[in-house]
Design a protein around this ligand. Structure first.
Ligand code: AR6
Ligand code: MG
Length: 326
């Protein structure tokens, strides 16, 4: 498949995971796979009013817009756009605390000191929510040929709202996972060990003391089992919460699980949602990785029809891929 199909698949996959997963976000009870499928397959049958995307996609679109407009990472521009997006469309389900960053930017710091408000979050500790990881797909597309650049942009983009090391490393891990998926040989699907080794080498080893080492080893163990672990086992071992350390490796795992057990994009999204907890964001991150690996052709057409803004992010993915660093 032409490479563009994988770039488009990456951004579209993330939006579809977000919109389909949103139905179950924070559900009191973790949905069974049957319950998830009842929801997701409904949107496979015929056209419906489009499912709205949430803050995951609202912020990823801003990242893409800023990169397209500035042709590089410009912290002030991106901060201003995040802020404008939020005040123009507040009801997208933003994280509880990140909105105080927008409030401070609005008071005037977006232009001169875009990184300052994030440093004040959680008594100065910074946010370790998964909000920096969930919006990373456009960066992996934009810097497809240059990991160093991708990592630099991902880290800057993360620090605009998330200054806690776990928030930043979570974003870098998700970025590297998408980056790898876009480059991976599609004829090969048993690459879990090498994929995890790569994440450790390029991200975790650079971030001493990170909790992600343990999580990735837990994921490796799950992938070595002789039978597919249940979604509940995955949640118990890797987490399903809103903090990056409890959801980024979970999403990466959902993709590797799908590859190992010969599942397709649809199965992967449904499995990711059935892990429960922060379902939209876990499915969004898994969708970016899986969409980048399998490409747009393998994403069900009816899901594409039934989700908001698929046409817009497809166009953005093409623009980003045209301008990617050579
Ligand atoms: N200490 C305690 N709790 C924390 C900390 C911390 N240092 N950091 C994060 N949390 P936020 P986001 C918890 O507000 O990352 C949407 O639903 C805390 O409960 O910075 O952009 C999306 O779909 C905080 O409210 O926003 C994603 O699921 C929460 O993490 C998610 O929100 C989110 O951190 C993205 O949220
Ligand atoms: Mg979420």
């Amino acid at each position: 498949m032409a490479r563009t199909g994988r770039f488009v698949g990456c951004f579209v996959g993330s939006v579809i995971g977000d919109a389909l997963g949103a139905h179950f976000e924070g559900s009191w009870e973790t949905p069974t796979l049957d319950v998830v499928q009842k929801h997701t397959r409904h949107y496979l049958e015929r056209r419906h009013p489009q499912l709205p995307y949430t803050d995951d996609t609202a912020m990823a679109k801003v990242v893409a817009e800023s990169l397209i407009r500035c042709k590089d990472f410009d912290a002030s521009d991106m901060a201003r756009r995040f802020c404008d997006e939020y005040y123009g469309d507040k009801g997208r389900g933003y994280g509880f605390n990140v909105v105080t960053v927008f409030e401070r930017w609005k008071l005037g710091s977006a232009e001169e000191r875009p990184f300052e408000p994030a440093k004040l979050q959680f008594g100065g500790e910074g946010s370790e929510g998964n909000g920096a990881a969930m919006r990373i797909a456009p960066i992996a597309i934009f810097a497809y040929n240059d990991w160093k650049k991708a990592a630099e942009i991902a880290s800057g983009c993360a620090r605009l709202t998330h200054s806690h090391p776990n928030g930043i490393t979570g974003a870098l891990l998700q970025c590297r996972a998408v980056f790898q998926a876009l480059h991976a040989n599609q004829d090969e699907s048993q690459f879990a060990n090498a994929f995890i080794d790569d994440l450790k080498k390029h991200v975790v080893q650079e971030s001493p003391g990170s909790v992600y080492d343990e999580k990735l080893e837990n994921a490796r163990k799950l992938l070595h089992q002789n039978a597919p672990p249940s979604a509940g086992d995955v949640a118990d071992n890797l987490g399903n919460g809103v903090r990056a350390k409890n959801s980024v490796v979970t999403a990466i795992y959902a993709f590797l699980h799908a590859c190992k057990w010969s599942m397709n994009f649809r199965d992967m999204i449904e499995f990711a949602i059935s892990i429960g907890g922060d379902t939209d964001t876990i499915a969004c991150m898994a969708g970016a990785i899986g969409g980048g690996f399998w490409g747009i052709e393998k994403i069900p057409k009816m899901w594409q029809e039934n989700v908001e803004a698929v046409d817009i992010v497809s166009e953005m993915a093409e623009q980003l891929s045209d301008m990617r660093s050579t």
